[in-house]
Ligand binder design. Structure first.
Ligand code: F6R
Length: 611
C-alpha cells in the first residue's frame, strides 16, 4: 500500500524524504512523488511513474528541490492507473495547499461533485486530489490549517493518513490519520512523519503512534498533537528497541531469505519471552484463568497467511484444549451475521496490525461485546491498540512482502494460547503439558536443521522451475501447511498452484492432474499419513510427479515417489513450524530462478490497508 514520509527540520528535506520512501518500498507501489517548500513557503512538486530510482534521477537525489520541509509518497494505485498525473503529492490550483494520502476516501464521488459545483476542477482520477481540494476549500473558508483539517475529517468517510503543506505556513506539516498507519518522530534535527517506523528509524527511536482523528503539526520546533476540536493533547512516545539494521538487508540477497533465516531466532525470542523457568506466563494478556475456563468457543480471524495460522491453530486447540474453534477469513467475517452468545473469544491475527479487513472484523466483534485478543507483530498498530488483549510476537520488522518469520511467530503464539487453554481446562495430562512446553524450546534448533537442507531444496526448485501447475495436499495440520505453501509459491514465483485437503482431490480437482503435474504431499501427521499416501498414489497413477515432505520417522513412503524431503521429528501439533520452512525455501528459490522481484512481488502490498 502507499507509503508516506514527511520531514520538517533544519536539513534539506528532499534527500531525507527519498531515503525514507526507499525504506517503505517493501509496501508496494507503482509511482512516487515529493513536494518541498522553501523558506517563503513556495512549494515544488516532482512526481514520476515507476520505481523510486526514476524520482531519484529526476530530482538529482533530492538536490534539485531546495527547502527544509516536505512530504513524499509512494503510490499503490487504487483510483486511476499508475501515472505521473495520478501520483501524489496533489495540489490545489495555485499550489498553496499540497497533500499526500494513504488510504481510500469512500465518499470521494459526492465530495468531488460538491467541489465541482463550487468551481473546483480536477486533473487526476484520484480520491487524494479530492481530499486535497476539500482541505483547500475549508482552508479558504476558515483561514486556518487545523480547522481545515478537522473539517476535512468530519466530511470524509474511509481511511486516510493525510499530510499537508500550506504555502502560508512555511516549515510546517499538518497531518491526520484514520485507520491508515502513521507514526511521528522528533529529534534535535527536526520532526518526521511516516507510514512505518523503518522510514525514520535512522533519525530517531522516539516514536509517537497517532490515534484516529488526532491532528499533528510538525516543525523544527517540535510536534504538537490536537483533537478534532483543535485542543492540544499530550502524547507519550515509545522508544523503539530494534535498530535500523534490523530493517536492512545486511548482506543477504533478499529480505525474504534473511527473514527465513531469522526464524530460529524469532521463534526462540517469542518462546523465551513467554516461557521461562519452565513456566508459561501469559499474564501480559490480562486474561484470568477463570476466563480461559469459561470461554465457550474461539473464533480466529485474519487474512492470507495470518488466516492460515488460524487454520493450524484450529486443529491444535480442538485437539488439546477440547474447545470449539472456527476460523474465518476476515473480509468475509466482517460482513457476516454470526450467531454469538457473548462467551466467545475472538482472536485476530495480523503481522502489520493494520490490515483493513482484520481491523474491521475486530471492531465488529467489539461492538457486539465480544472479548478480543490480537496477535500482532507491529507495536502500537491499530489492531494492537484496539483489541482488549494483545499478544505481541517478537519477529522484529518484516520487510519482504511475503511473510515468513511473522507467520512462524504467530504459530508460536497460537501454540502457547492452546497450551494455556489445555492446562487451565485440564484437557491434557501434566506430563504431556510439560512435554509440549519442552518441545517448544527445541523448535528453534529443529528449524535450523531444516534450513541446513536448503541446497537440496534449491536443487529441487531448479528442476521444477518450468512447472505450470503445482498441487499441495495434506490432511489435518498438513492441509493447513499446504494452503500456506501454495500461497507462498503463487505470490512470489507466479506459478499457479492449488492446495487441497488430500481426501477432497478426487471430488473434482483430480481431473486437472496431467503427465508431469507436480503434486507435493505433506506427511507429518502419523495417523493420516497412509491415507494421504493413497491419495498421492492416485495422482501418480494419473501421471503426476509426486514429491513429499515427511517427518524423520514417517514410514511407508512408496519408492515410486520421485523425491522425499525430511524434517526433524517434533510433537505433531507443532510440525507446521518445520514443514513450512521447506516450503518457504522452495517458493523463494523458484522466485529467484524465474527472475522475479522476490521481496516486492507484482501487484502486492505488504500492509493491506484498503478493503
Ligand atoms: C502472504 C502475506 C499476506 C498477509 C496478509 C495479512 O505472504 O504476507 O497474505 O499474511 O496480507 O497481513 P497481516 O498479517 O499484516 O494482517
Amino acid at each position: 500500500m502507499c507509503g508516506i514520509v514527511g520531514y520538517a527540520g533544519n536539513r534539506q528535506a528532499a534527500p531525507i524524504i527519498l531515503d525514507g520512501l526507499t525504506k517503505l518500498e517493501y509496501r508496494g507501489y507503482d509511482s512516487a512523488g515529493v513536494a518541498v517548500s522553501d523558506k517563503n513557503g513556495d512549494i515544488d512538486i516532482i512526481k514520476a511513474k515507476g520505481k523510486l530510482k526514476v524520482l531519484y534521477g529526476l530530482t538529482d537525489g533530492g538536490n534539485k528541490l531546495n527547502g527544509l520541509c516536505g512530504i513524499g509518497h509512494t503510490r499503490w494505485a487504487t483510483h486511476g492507473e499508475p501515472s505521473e498525473n495520478n501520483a501524489h503529492p496533489h495540489c490545489n490550483d495555485d499550489k498553496t495547499v499540497v497533500a499526500v494520502h494513504n488510504g481510500i476516501i469512500e465518499n470521494f464521488s459526492p465530495l468531488k461533485a460538491k467541489l465541482m459545483r463550487r468551481g473546483y476542477s480536477f486533473y487526476s482520477d484520484t480520491d487524494t486530489e479530492v481530499a486535497t481540494k476539500l482541505v483547500d476549500y475549508y482552508y479558504k473558508k476558515y483561514g486556518e490549517p487545523l480547522r481545515a483539517i478537522s473539517e476535512f475529517a468530519l466530511h470524509v468517510r474511509g481511511a486516510y493518513a493525510l499530510a499537508v503543506l500550506f504555502k502560508e505556513f512555511p516549515g510546517k506539516i499538518f497531518a491526520i490519520r484514520k485507520d491508515s498507519p502513521m507514526v511521528i518522530g522528533y529529534t534535535d534535527g527536526g520532526a518526521f512523519l511516516a507510514s512505518d517506523v523503518p522510514a525514520i528509524l535512522k533519525y530517531t527511536r522516539n516514536i509517537y503512534y497517532t490515534d484516529n482523528h488526532e491532528i499533528v503539526s510538525l516543525s523544527n520546533d517540535g510536534v504538537v498533537f490536537y483533537n478534532l476540536d483543535r485542543e492540544e493533547i499530550r502524547k507519550e512516545y515509545t522508544v523503539i528497541s530494534w535498530d535500523a539494521e534490523a530493517a536492512e538487508k545486511g548482506g543477504w540477497e533478499h529480505f525474504m531469505l534473511k527473514e527465513i533465516h531469522e526464524q530460529p531466532a524469532v521463534v526462540r525470542n517469542t518462546v523465551n519471552y513467554f516461557l521461562h523457568d519452565g513456566k508459561l506466563d501469559l499474564s501480559e494478556l490480562n486474561l484470568s484463568d477463570e476466563y480461559f475456563k469459561d470461554t465457550e468457543s474461539i473464533i480466529i480471524t485474519g487474512c492470507g497467511s495470518a488466516y492460515h495460522v488460524g487454520v493450524v491453530a484450529q486443529y491444535i486447540l480442538e485437539d488439546i484444549a477440547r474447545i470449539p474453534v472456527r476460523v474465518e477469513i476476515a473480509s468475509e467475517f466482517r460482513y457476516r451475521k454470526p450467531v454469538l452468545n457473548g462467551k466467545e473469544l475472538v482472536i485476530v491475527i495480523s503481522q502489520s496490525g493494520e490490515t483493513a479487513d482484520s481491523l474491521a472484523a475486530l471492531r465488529e466483534m467489539k461492538e457486539q461485546g465480544i472479548r478480543t485478543l490480537a496477535i500482532v507483530n507491529v507495536l502500537g498498530s491499530s489492531i494492537a491498540r484496539e483489541a482488549d488483549s494483545v499478544f505481541y510476537t517478537k519477529a522484529g520488522p518484516e520487510i519482504s512482502v511475503a511473510t515468513t518469520k511473522a507467520y512462524s511467530a504467530q504459530l508460536i503464539a497460537m501454540y502457547m494460547i492452546a497450551l494455556k487453554f489445555a492446562k487451565v481446562r485440564a484437557t491434557i495430562s501434566e506430563e504431556y503439558y510439560t512435554q509440549l512446553k519442552n518441545e517448544l524450546l527445541l523448535l528453534p534448533e529443529k528449524i535450523e536443521t531444516v534450513l541446513g537442507s536448503k541446497e537440496q531444496i534449491q536443487k529441487f526448485a531448479s528442476e521444477m522451475m518450468d512447472k505450470q501447475d503445482v498441487f499441495f495436499i495434506g490432511r489435518g495440520i498438513d492441509y493447513a501447511v499446504s494452503i500456506e505453501s501454495s500461497l507462498k509459491l503463487k505470490e512470489i514465483s507466479y506459478i499457479h498452484s492449488e492446495a487441497y485437503a488430500a481426501g477432497e482431490l478426487k471430488h473434482g480437482t483430480i481431473s486437472l492432474i496431467e503427465n508431469g503435474t507436480l503434486v507435493l504431499g505433506i506427511l507429518t501427521q502419523s495417523k493420516l499419513t497412509e491415507k494421504t499416501i493413497s491419495n498421492l498414489v492416485e495422482t501418480a497413477s494419473r501421471g503426476a510427479y509426486v514429491a513429499v515432505l515427511a517427518s524423520e520417522n514417517t514410514l511407508g513412503i512408496p519408492d515410486s515417489f520421485k523425491k522425499v524431503f525430511r524434517i526433524p521429528q517434533t510433537d505433531e501439533h507443532f510440525s507446521a513450524s518445520l514443514a513450512v520452512i521447506t516450503m518457504q525455501l522452495f517458493a523463494y528459490y523458484l522466485s529467484v530462478l524465474r527472475g522475479n522481484d522476490v521481496d516486492k512481488p507484482r501487484n502486492l502490498a505488504k500492509s493491506v490497508t484498503v478493503e
